[in-house]
Design a protein around this ligand. Structure first.
Ligand code: ADP
Ligand code: ZN
Ligand code: ZN
Length: 798
């Protein structure tokens, strides 16, 4: 008999090692590493990943049997299985969470909770309820539905059915409504004309009162309108039914084919160097450092084309959703249907479909955000990370991996090069390039030698003396000028909401979140004060709860208020706002970008979402309204972030023939990050910042680990964290520096208190053992409420 090694979905230290289970005879032929199975565990049944197979001979004692298969073919490739081992080790997390992270969202869903939410049940979970090949779809029940019913339901979900009033019904209803009848009279009219039952009348009213006068079937059913009512209304001609087939296509718009462009000399050199490494069994990392607008994308495209031409695949990562609509358009126009796309704004169904195309080998090019680094792509010839410095490449939840590290691991496995691209590389990557660990490729000029934008700094301390407006004189004059010339403008304000806080003018009271140590942000559209950390919402008070004064004012402008003020000042300008609040709905992000791209708006304002990667040739003015927002954070990376953000957003200006202009408003005009962003001097910034990092013993000179502990009691958190710090100081060699514990900048979030310990080291042989010990101890203490998390190479110390 055969035995399978299984990582079960029970995240504890003990289960980080595989458990052995017997394979039932009828599954012996089918089972392969990388498949999910269901197994008995204690008194429960849990899911697990098969990571290896062996003969029973080496086991004595009793083993339990696998209950059933979840997948009919592996969902984790042999490469990704290996990667999960390395990653669990590197990120101090459980193997099960690494394995789960590798699957697209829809497949991670727990069966018990949301069967309907997962897609392609038949392909994915056919044998879940039985440990056999064929199952009875019509009998096997789950959540009181047979699988056949579930599949049928899913199928019908693919077709959307709309209902609207028929042309016959519309005038009758509109007459009834226009003559301002009250509800009773309307009911009466409807009875007269139709003699319909209550359900019918309700349906007609619902349809009429809905502004679009159309309803989705699912919505109507949800509102309690019965299928019979619908059918009768259709049959009698009161309502018309339309069916729209829903196609799960993540590329919302078709794109036309594009062809490789003629490269300039710098681009050609870059492409040659990269292409020379593709297919050569080397895992060279290139750092492609190219100023904004230098044409990095064309270099990526031609290198990817080369990888495809020798029969390999290519993986390209971009940060967050910001870049995808424009960049994906460019990539797809070059490579057509070979491209699969993976990002967070897609529905889980779309992601699943794309994932399936990659896993089956149909898709040869993958473009996606952070998690796409786990795409089950085989035979990789090239990995690209655009905007490699971007903070979205670091996952903030467990497993806290840095995508760059995973990319390098996969490059070694696949013997392929990695290209890290940026106008403002992370200090880590630049330092490695200087040491010769990476190969540096430069694109020092904008394409077509377009000039970099002209940047001016406005000192807001001076400005405040004569102008209380958030827009400086200089910036608003330039806006007027651009509006007259019919050119476009981007305004960056890194704060969402209406105002950052409200305060009582009489007693100074500022409403705080009841669960967190942070003041509440005012949102005018929803008339609420919101906590941006825990989601708490409450109404905006009109009277001070402390002194009953009515003089409550708001302070600190957020993007909502900026929009209001800009519309006030420039009433003829067409303004678009892009921030978390305006891009919640699927497709809304893309809609804003497309609208601005088509010059259907003059001003695009928003939070840092607008800073990255967008390419709008008609933008000739960029205004940064509070350049200090990132500087204010008590963190060693705040200068680097500020420099990157300012350089990136400035790079949006003057990308075509017209000279671009940038205005940076700041209270710290002399700060080196702001001064060097003005001259866009990355080189000088790099050297200045490296000196500071050296003095402060920060990365990239030192490696860092952050240990965070939290519990509902501040006293307990502090106590336990002191114990841990004491242990680390005793245990580690004196080469490691242990700082803390200190309360985190925002100590209380969601009624838990957070403290942290920072370890800095260059070489520390006992580190791994020490941290393992911390984790083991914390597991036994977890009952007491202290939760420990370890972040290897954290992005911040806050
Ligand atoms: P980056 O990503 O480096 O900021 P892009 O790749 O967006 O720059 O290129 C900037 C602009 O130059 C784009 O509008 C792009 O179409 C154009 N461009 C880049 N390379 C070429 C080329 N070889 N031929 C023609 N246009 C190019
Ligand atoms: Zn008050
Ligand atoms: Zn809160």
């Amino acid at each position: 008999m055969q035995v399978a090694q299984i990582i079960v979905d029970v995240p504890t230290r003990q289960t980080n090692n595989p458990y052995s289970y017997l394979i039932p005879e009828n599954l012996e032929e089918q089972i392969q590493p990388g498949m999910r199975v269901q197994v008995p565990f204690g008194r429960r049944r849990v899911t697990g990943f098969v990571i290896g197979l062996s003969d029973k001979t080496s086991f004595d004692g009793k083993l339990k049997k696998i209950s059933s298969l979840v997948d009919l073919s592996p969902v984790i490739t042999p490469e990704l299985l290996k990667l999960s081992e390395w990653m669990a080790d590197k990120t101090f997390s459980f193997k099960i969470s690494c394995l789960q992270t590798m699957l697209p969202g829809g497949m991670r869903t727990k069966f018990k909770k949301k069967l309907l939410a997962t897609d392609q049940i038949r392909d994915t979970y056919p044998a879940i309820f039985h440990g056999q090949n064929e199952i009875d779809y019509d009998r096997q029940k789950f959540n009181n539905k047979t699988i056949a019913e579930i599949l049928a339901l899913r199928k019908s979900n693919q077709i959307k059915v709309h209902y609207e009033l028929s042309s016959h019904a519309k005038p009758i209803l509109s007459r009834a409504y226009k003559s301002k009848l009250n509800q009773q009279q309307i009911d009466h009219v409807l009875i007269d004309v139709q003699k319909r039952a209550v359900g019918q009348r309700r349906l007609l009213k619902m349809l009429y009162e809905q502004p679009s006068q159309t309803f989705l079937q699912s919505k109507l059913l949800h509102e309690g309108v019965g299928r019979q009512v619908l059918d009768t209304a259709v049959k009698q001609g009161w309502v018309t039914e339309t069916q729209v087939r829903r196609i799960r296509n993540p590329f919302l718009q078709p794109v036309s084919r594009s062809y490789p462009l003629d490269l300039n000399e710098d681009q050609q050199t870059a492409v040659n160097r990269i292409n020379n490494a593709i297919g050569k069994q080397t895992d060279t990392t290139f750092l492609l450092e190219g100023v904004t607008g230098s044409g990095k994308t064309e270099v990526y495209l031609q290198a990817m084309a080369h990888a495809l031409s020798i029969g390999k695949t290519a993986l390209m990562l971009v940060p967050e959703i910001t870049l995808t609509p424009q960049i994906v358009g460019r990539i797809r126009s070059r490579f057509g249907d070979q491209v699969a796309m993976l990002h967070s704004a897609m529905s889980s169904g779309e992601r699943y479909d794309e994932w399936q195309r990659i896993n089956s080998g149909q898709a040869k090019v993958v473009v996606g955000v952070r998690s796409a680094i786990f795409a089950p792509l085989k035979n990789i010839g090239l990995i690209i990370m655009d905007e490699e410095h971007d903070s979205s490449y670091k996952q903030s939840d467990t497993p806290r991996y840095q995508t760059r590290d995973v990319a390098k691991w996969r490059a070694v496995y696949n013997h392929c090069p990695v290209v890290l691209g940026s106008a403002t590389p992370s200090l880590e990557s630049r330092a490695r390039a200087m040491k010769g660990v990476y190969q540096l490729i430069m694109l020092p000029h904008r394409f077509n030698n377009h000039a970099l934008p002209h940047v001016s700094i406005v000192d807001m301390k001076d400005e405040m003396a004569h102008n209380r407006h958030i827009l400086s004189k200089r910036l608003s004059n330039l806006i007027t000028d651009r509006l007259e010339k019919h050119e476009q403008i981007i305004l960056l304000l890194n704060r969402r909401g209406y105002s950052s806080f409200i305060m009582c003018r009489d007693c100074g009271y500022v409403p705080q979140c009841p669960n967190c140590d942070i003041s509440l942000t005012m949102h005018k559209d929803t008339h609420t004060l919101n906590c941006h950390l825990c989601g708490h919402k409450e109404p905006i008070p009109t009277v001070c709860p402390k002194c009953h004064s009515k003089r409550i004012r708001h302070y600190g402008i957020g993007s909502q208020q900026l929009e209001e003020q800009v519309k006030d000042l420039f009433p003829t300008a067409r303004v678009l706002r892009m921030d978390v609040d305006t891009t919640r709905k699927k497709g809304s992000h893309e809609a804003i970008i497309n609208k601005f791209g088509a010059h259907k708006a003059d001003i695009l304002l928003g939070t840092q979402m607008i800073a990255k990667g967008l390419d709008f040739p008609e933008v000739t003015l960029v205004g940064v309204l509070n350049a200090d927002s990132a500087l204010q954070f008590p963190d060693f990376r705040s200068s680097e972030r500020t420099f990157q953000l300012l350089t990136q957003v400035s790079g949006r200006s003057g990308r075509a023939d017209k000279q671009g202009e940038v205005v940076i408003q700041t209270f710290n005009p002399d700060h080196y990050a702001i001064q060097l962003a003005k001259t866009q001097d990355y080189e000088k910034f790099y050297h200045t910042e490296m000196r500071i990092r050296h003095l402060g013993k920060y990365p990239p000179y030192y490696f860092t680990i952050k240990i965070t502990g939290s519990s509902p009691s501040e006293k307990q958190t502090a106590y336990e964290m002191h114990q841990i710090a004491g242990f680390l100081r005793r245990y580690l060699t004196n080469k490691a520096i242990v700082l803390g514990p200190t309360p985190k900048t925002i100590t209380r979030v969601n009624n838990r208190y957070f403290y942290q310990i920072i370890i800095k080291y260059r070489q520390e042989p006992k580190l791994k053992a020490a941290l393992d010990d911390v984790l083991v101890k914390s597991q036994t203490k977890q009952q007491g409420g202290l939760l420990i998390s370890i972040d290897n190479e954290p992005l911040d110390f806050m």
